[in-house]
Design a protein around this ligand. Structure first.
Ligand code: MG
Length: 422
């Protein structure tokens, strides 16, 4: 057994937003602070984020909303608004990158940050640095985060879990503290250990992180494969899984939603496709990306789904370049029948700057500069006046997308979702 006692050969932090979706909703409506608030999944199916107060009322993660409402009618249940959460997430990630470029966006509300060496620059201990990060994120975005820092990703995950239960939201595990901390960490709570591995290890009497760290390496590799051995090394304080700053550009954007009830109304379905397209393109513009492939998907009432795709050449992030494509894909794909949902998928991204000139393009009737400034204006009008203030002539009237037709779709600004606050 050899657990490192060297301190800080590496310093990896995990920044995890607290109750992220609910925290984002509180930014829009501060009156909800201190109340039991839940955010619901697409189509308002189940609870996916809970405020402290909602957790205290024993509302469970993933609980179906009809059960939660019955059990805890006094809680406030909100439809999700992923567009808004994405904007807040981007802001937070950019703040992290102001400390070091070594940031791996792990999910919408979590990021690994390699702080190795940053200590010399800031001339303070790592615990002080993560305190600065926490304060800056809170001050500039209003979102509370928990941060753990340790020698590897696996240990950073453990540190963050401990940080969640601390009032200052911070925790650090140095090499010297491993012996003291690891025995308190149950085997099933370790990142990357699933149910099957957990029961296997329990069968061998390995019920905490310290016991796994102390296991014979050969046994670990034989029983848990090479990945298990890497995990063990990480737990001993060796950083095997590096913070990956590359390879995290988004590969595709998919937007799908079910209709409130199955429909055969072509205009409702086409309208929903345009709605999804517009939301996806807004996101692409925000990230300065252009899509080179568009797919549309229709799912029938019997769950059979059909899709078609088309190349967008040159790649674009502007509605006008997609309108005819969506119309023709839809006309080819639609057959009489009842449909339960539809969606679009954009992929083959290129960065906004590295666009290739295509001499055969049919979309040059509007110069790229003009398109860009039109798109920017569109986005800023929406930001000020709400979604769907504008539409292109070839888009169907979005009045079609009334609340009755498409339940849970984010056609309306999230303010309208907020229930009366008593
Ligand atoms: Mg979180």
């Amino acid at each position: 057994m050899e657990i490192t006692t060297r301190s800080w050969t590496q310093a990896i932090a995990l920044v995890d937003c607290d109750n992220f979706f609910v925290s984002c909703e509180l930014l829009l409506n501060p009156k909800l602070k201190g109340k039991p608030v839940c955010v619901l999944s697409n189509n308002d199916g189940c609870v996916i984020s809970r405020s402290k107060e909602a957790k205290r009322l024993n509302i469970k993660m993933g609980e179906p909303v009809f059960l939660a409402r019955k059990r805890v009618p006094e809680a406030i249940y909100l439809s999700s608004n992923f567009h808004h959460y994405g904007i807040v997430s981007d802001k937070i990630m950019n703040i992290l990158k102001s400390f070091t470029p070594e940031v791996e966006v792990y999910s919408i509300d979590e990021a690994f940050v390699d702080l190795t060496g940053v200590r010399q620059m800031f001339k303070k201990p790592y615990l002080e640095i993560i305190k600065d990060i926490r304060e800056k994120v809170l001050k500039e975005t209003g979102i509370p985060v928990s941060i753990g820092v340790s020698l590897s990703k696996v240990l950073a995950k453990i540190a963050t879990k401990i940080a969640k239960d601390k009032s200052d939201g911070l925790f650090s595990i140095s090499g010297k503290e491993l012996r003291e901390t690891l025995p308190k960490i149950s085997i099933g709570s370790i990142w990357q250990i699933g149910h099957n591995t957990e029961s296997l290890l329990l069968k061998h009497g390995i019920d905490n992180a310290y016991k796994l760290a102390c296991q014979d390496e050969k046994w670990v590799e034989k029983t848990l494969t090479k990945k298990g051995l890497e995990l063990q090394m990480e737990m001993k304080g060796y950083s095997i899984w590096k913070v990956d700053t590359k390879g995290q550009e988004i590969k595709g954007i998919q937007r799908t939603k079910s209709f409130a009830s199955s429909t055969n109304d072509k205009e409702i379905i086409r309208g929903a496709l345009f709605y999804h397209l517009h939301k996806a393109l807004t996101e692409l513009r925000r990230k300065n990306l252009k899509a080179g492939l568009l797919s549309i998907m229709l799912r029938r009432k019997d769950f059979q789904s059909f899709s078609l795709n088309t190349i967008i050449d040159p790649p674009s992030n502007f509605e006008f370049d997609f309108t005819n494509r969506i119309n023709s894909l839809f006309n080819n794909l639609y057959k009489e029948g009842l449909y339960r949902s539809c969606g679009i998928h954009l992929t083959n991204f290129t960065s906004g700057e590295t666009e290739q000139l295509n001499l055969f393009s049919q979309t040059l009737s509007l110069s790229n500069k003009k398109k860009e400034s039109l798109a920017e204006t569109w986005d800023s009008i929406e930001q000020r006046f709400g979604k769907q203030s504008l539409r292109t002539a070839s888009m169907p009237s979005l009045n079609y997308l009334d609340k009755r037709a498409i339940r849970g779709i984010e056609t309306f600004s999230s303010f309208e979702y907020l229930p009366e606050v008593r």
